[in-house]
Design a protein. Structure first.
Length: 95
C-alpha cells in the first residue's frame, strides 16, 4: 500500500512540474496599415455629422447635470429629515 501511494505521489509531482515548465503563448498583434488618402476624405465628409453628434452629447450632458443637481438637493432634504427624525426619537425616549 505504501509503495502504491508513494508511486502515485511521485507521478503527481512529475506531472505538476512538467505542466509548470511549459511557457505561456506569446501573442503579437498584427501591424495596422497606414491611413490612406481615401480615409482622410471620408473623415472630412463626416465632419458635419460629428458636429451634430457633439451638440447632441453636450445637450445630454447639460440635462444630466440638471438631474444630478436635483438629486443632490433631494438627498440633502432627506438627510435633514433623517436628522430631525433621529432628534425626535431621542426626545421621545427621554420624556
Amino acid at each position: 500500500m505504501r509503495i502504491f501511494l508513494l508511486s502515485l505521489f511521485a507521478t503527481a509531482v512529475v506531472f505538476s512540474s512538467a505542466r509548470a515548465q511549459t511557457p505561456a503563448p506569446i501573442v503579437v498583434q498584427a501591424m495596422t496599415p497606414a491611413p490612406s488618402k481615401q480615409t482622410a476624405v471620408v473623415a472630412g465628409v463626416t465632419t458635419p455629422a460629428t458636429q451634430t453628434t457633439l451638440k447632441a452629447l453636450q445637450a445630454m450632458k447639460a440635462t444630466n447635470d440638471e438631474i444630478l443637481a436635483q438629486q443632490k438637493a433631494t438627498l440633502e432634504k432627506l438627510d435633514e429629515m433623517e436628522k430631525a427624525a433621529n432628534e425626535i426619537r431621542i426626545y421621545t425616549k427621554r420624556g
